[in-house]
Design a protein around this ligand. Structure first.
Ligand SMILES: *Cc1c(COP(=O)(O)O)cnc(C)c1O
Length: 360
């Protein structure tokens, strides 16, 4: 891939913050961009100074939300080099999202190569603080500047990167989750499988409603019966029965196929747990939590890796899970996954992609 490197001008070089990284508050000095037009295909690949885009108010993405994104992280290894975790999974999902949103697809190998080049140049933005990472946000937006409702003929693909602090600031602690049977995230045949902006805009109202009730995330049920568990916030969800059997809802068209979910399934089996992808009935699930058959509940996604759920709210009832403490299975998976991601433990699956940094 031919990537033009646009030099930073003096005054455009910022240093990453030394601490208190927060979540994606500061962006590295450079970004990757390339453009697409029907006929020419992808062209004008660049790594250039991070900065504002100039777009007409009529640009299609602002009106009809034809946009997709990805989220993955770069991890600082003990030897100073940098790991990506299963990045080709994200490259493939980016294209699956693009196809669903009637957008142009990108070359998956070249997309990864562009990300690696960007991280090589911005390697000092990958934090060395414990549990801190560099979040990578590939994005594609529709660029046509006309208001007709149809798939755009032009696109902008960009990648920006931003340091993030530890997800659990006060240690590995459970989150309270409100089960909504009023609002839904996605419906089979819709775009729930795609990482597209509208899914998140559509989830905000229910998220705020849950927060007003004292919960920090929403448990989403299926759109047709309001009965089958789908996801928690922007994470996939797992239930642990009797400390040894992990169950997660199947990918049936309205669940986002998470890379962490897939890794929990594969790693869980490797570690000797029984793992099943099965529909979970919310009423049976709550009965099983109350009877103690379900010993743990946790969300899984790139941001938190594993996020234990300590309490469910449903209508006016509050149901405590495992005494509102993180359980041993969540802990075990969190430890094993993060050890592989940060390169602290051997990677028997070949999941990590190491970027070598000069001088390390
Ligand atoms: C991104 C995302 C996930 C988790 O996917 P990972 O690849 O594990 O980060 C789960 N659900 C939704 C809705 C998401 O957007």
């Amino acid at each position: 891939m031919d990537i033009q490197l646009i030099p930073l001008e003096s005054g455009q070089t910022r240093q990453p913050p030394a601490q208190d990284l927060g979540f994606c508050l500061h962006f590295a000095n450079r970004m990757f961009t390339q453009r697409y037009s029907k006929g020419r295909g992808w062209h004008d690949a660049r790594i250039e100074p991070y900065g504002p885009l100039q777009l007409a108010p009529s640009t299609a993405v602002f009106h009809y939300a034809q946009l997709i994104f990805e989220g993955l992280k770069a991890y600082r290894r003990p030897d100073g080099h940098i790991n990506l975790f299963r990045p080709m999974e994200n490259m493939r999902r980016f294209n699956n999202s693009a196809r669903r949103m009637a957008m142009a697809t990108v070359d998956e190998e070249e997309h990864l190569e562009a990300i690696c080049r960007l991280i090589e140049l911005e390697h000092n933005w990958v934090p060395s603080l414990p549990d801190a990472t560099l979040y990578i946000r590939p994005t594609m937006i529709a660029l046509d500047d006309a208001l007709g409702v149809h798939a755009s003929a032009t696109y902008l693909h960009f990648v920006i990167v931003s340091p993030v602090g530890p997800y659990f600031k006060e240690g590995f602690s459970p989150v309270p989750v409100y089960i909504t049977d009023e609002y839904v995230r996605a419906v089979r045949g819709g775009v729930g499988e795609a990482k597209t902006g509208g899914n998140y805009a559509a989830s905000l109202y229910a998220g705020e409603d849950a927060r007003r009730r004292g919960y920090s995330q929403v448990l989403w049920l299926d759109a047709l019966e309001h009965r089958w568990v789908e996801e928690v916030g922007a994470m996939n969800i797992c239930f642990v029965y009797d400390n040894r059997r992990i169950v997660t809802p199947p990918l049936d068209g309205s669940v986002l196929p998470g890379v962490t979910r897939k890794s929990v399934i594969e790693l869980g089996r490797h570690l000797g747990y029984e793992v099943a992808e099965e529909p979970v009935d919310v009423h049976q699930m709550l009965t099983d939590v109350k009877s103690g058959r379900i010993t743990e509940v946790f969300g899984c996604g790139t941001a938190a890796v594993i996020a234990p759920v300590g309490k469910f709210g449903f209508h006016d009832e509050a149901i405590i899970i495992n005494g509102n403490e993180p359980g041993p299975v969540a802990h075990h998976l969190y430890q094993q996954l993060t050890d592989i991601q940060f390169g602290r433990a051997p990677d028997p699956f070949g999941w990590t992609h190491t970027i070598r940094v000069n001088g390390q």
